[in-house]
Design a binder for this molecule. Structure first.
Ligand code: DGT
Ligand code: CA
Ligand code: CA
Length: 574
């Protein structure tokens, strides 16, 4: 796919933003902005000029240095200058510049004085008075700031994957109903299994695009048609979600699917690989000269550039192309590999069903074991159990297990990690359980060091088995708490305990990058539903998606083991 002027403009603007936050030389900053404006006003892609070896310094505002950068971007898709800046400053900082009332000077101060780099952190600091204490911020400024951050956060409409599925699946089904449609696939970040998506990208294969377009724009849920052409359209649904549709002919379906699945950065890398082989790769196919050599299926596209098919979840340009080349792609975990679930609640704490019901539904979902892990006493809002109540549940589960067939309940607890890193129930009762999962439910705002030490102290307790929702984030609602995850993972390896990937679609709080880190350290991950309701076992699908994005294989996941094996692995933590 060609590098468009828009791609280069984005890079130059980001460089200028970051330089401004660094308070660099104003002439340097202006040079990038002017160059961006020049590219904006051109009526063709500068990439074409580069390919014709034209002298870019003939363009207004483009000197030698910027010409070289443009060539670099066209050839490599990247810009070293930006890569370097991104290593010096958090990537989220330029977003702060978009908040009315915040210029580079203020962003600089917020970052250096208060370590603020996201709108969420900024809002927190504005509300708890830390900003007011900063030089140059009066009460009026802070009040105005709170209002603009709130509206900024509101208009950043990324949708959780599960919510997006709720709208995208029926729409895909609706399109599939049209007689002229061969195939419908949801592409984009949705297909890559990202935890949140910015919009939905639908791809349709049809011989005649026009009737499909009309069918699409007449969908009942469409609130606004933003654009509608011969083969592409863009609408906004009543729920506010944007949907982009492309209709392509069969011979191009695989190439288009690959292109619109992205990520952008993976696409650029693959296109470069095609070029090295004397091929041209774009959304219509793979071409040698004017002859199409592949493109009807994704498989054919990869094959044409000498690679095996790469699962969409890996396509983030994080080493997947090299791994494919070396024949070392991971054999990614699938839902059917899970033999059990190690985190669930019943009515005994804040769940909605009985032990019997949860066991029956888990069994029906194909699971062979289910750990019951209520909250502990400290969490009064969730009716957490005290030692006596937990002992009673242990007896109940023992009795129930005698009557169950095809599924075994494991006795557990989701015990609170207290501020000092101790656990919310005495060792004596924890020692009677099959597993102890432990989690933070309070004091989210401790410093990175204190939070990390708190968790590590908890991990060192004698009966600790699994760290539950290890970053504490709620997607689009609550930031992760600040914790040194590499250190926690190393500690888990030494201690011989495990980390949870909480599959609840609002959490998914062991990030894909953490999964990869844990895998590299040999720390097993438990993919848990955190079910509070029988329907919640379906959460596991989302946990699997996130695990796949983290390159996890069956062997890397604790609860792919048989009951016997998992019991043995849990014994080592008790
Ligand atoms: P999102 O919607 O923000 O969650 O992320 P994506 O990845 O779905 O991004 P989106 O919807 O803007 O575009 C869908 C895919 O189309 C993207 O992953 C790669 C491809 N694509 C779109 N625009 C460009 C572009 O300007 N350059 C390249 N190389 N690929 C693009
Ligand atoms: Ca998208
Ligand atoms: Ca899109």
């Amino acid at each position: 796919m060609p590098i468009h002027n828009a791609d280069i403009i984005r890079i130059f603007e980001e460089i200028a933003d970051l330089l401004e936050i660094q308070q660099a030389n104003t002439f340097r900053i202006r040079a990038y902005r002017n160059a961006a404006r020049t590219l904006q006003s051109m009526d063709k892609d500068v990439a074409v000029l580069v390919e014709q070896h034209a002298d870019l310094t003939q363009l207004p505002t483009i000197g030698k240095d910027l010409a070289a950068k443009i060539e670099e971007i066209v050839h490599t898709g990247q810009c070293q200058a930006l890569t370097k800046l991104r290593q010096q400053l958090p990537a989220s900082l330029p977003e702060l510049l978009k908040i009315p009332g915040l210029g580079p000077k203020r962003v600089h101060a917020l970052y250096h004085e208060l370590d603020i780099h996201t709108p969420e952190q900024l809002l927190r600091a504005a509300r708890d008075g830390r900003i007011l204490a900063l030089h140059g911020f009066g009460q009026k400024t802070v009040d105005a700031l709170v209002r603009s951050i709130e509206s900024h956060i509101r208009q950043k409409p990324r949708l959780k994957l599960a919510e997006a599925a709720h709208y995208a699946k029926p729409l895909a089904h609706y399109l599939q109903q049209h007689p002229g449609v061969d195939e419908v696939t949801i592409a984009g970040s949705y297909r890559r299994g990202k935890d949140t998506v910015g919009d939905i990208d639908l791809l349709v294969s049809a011989a005649d695009s026009q009737p499909v377009m009309a069918h699409f724009t007449h969908y009942d849920e469409v609130a606004k048609v933003q654009s509608s052409g011969r083969t592409r359209a863009s609408v906004v649904l009543k729920c506010g979600l944007q949907v982009d549709l492309r209709v392509v002919a069969k011979p191009s379906f695989g190439a288009a699917l690959h292109y619109f699945t992205g990520s952008r950065s993976h696409n650029i890398e693959l296109r470069r690989r095609a070029q090295q082989r004397g091929l041209k790769l774009n959304e219509y196919g793979v071409f040698r000269g004017d002859t199409q050599v592949a493109g009807a299926t994704e498989d054919s596209v990869f094959k044409a550039v000498g690679l095996p098919w790469i699962p969409p979840e890996l396509r983030e340009n994080q080493g997947e192309i090299a791994a494919a080349e070396a024949g070392e792609l991971p054999n990614l975990i699938e839902l059917r590999h899970l033999q059990g679930d190690l985190h669930a609640h019943t009515r005994a704490s804040d769940g909605h069903a009985s032990l019997e019901t949860m066991a029956a539904v888990a069994k029906q979902k194909g699971l062979r074991y289910l750990a019951i892990t209520e909250h502990s006493q400290r969490l009064t809002v969730t009716h957490g159990l005290n030692a006596e109540q937990l002992r009673r549940q242990i007896d109940q589960i023992n009795a129930l297990n005698d009557t169950l067939e095809g599924i075994t309940l494991l006795k557990g607890i989701e015990v609170d990690i207290l501020e000092d890193g101790s656990l919310d129930l005495p060792d004596e009762v924890l020692g009677q359980l099959d597993l102890v999962i432990a989690a933070i439910h309070s004091k989210f705002h401790l410093s990175r060091q204190l939070q990390t030490e708190r968790i590590i102290r908890a991990m060192q307790r004698p009966h600790f088995s699994i760290l539950a929702h290890p970053t504490g984030r709620l997607l689009e609602q609550r930031d992760a708490y600040d914790v040194d995850m590499p250190r926690v993972i190393r500690e888990a390896r030494q201690r011989g305990c495990y980390l949870e990937l909480n599959a609840h679609p609002e959490r998914l709080d062991l990030l894909d990058t953490h999964c990869r880190m844990a895998k590299a350290e040999g720390v097993l991950i438990s993919i848990n539903s955190d079910a509070h309701h029988p329907n919640d076992f379906d959460n596991l699908t989302y946990g699997i998606g996130q695990a796949r994005r983290g390159w996890l294989e069956k062997e890397d996941v604790l609860n792919t083991r048989s009951l016997r094996q998992v019991k043995r692995l849990l014994t080592q933590t008790l």
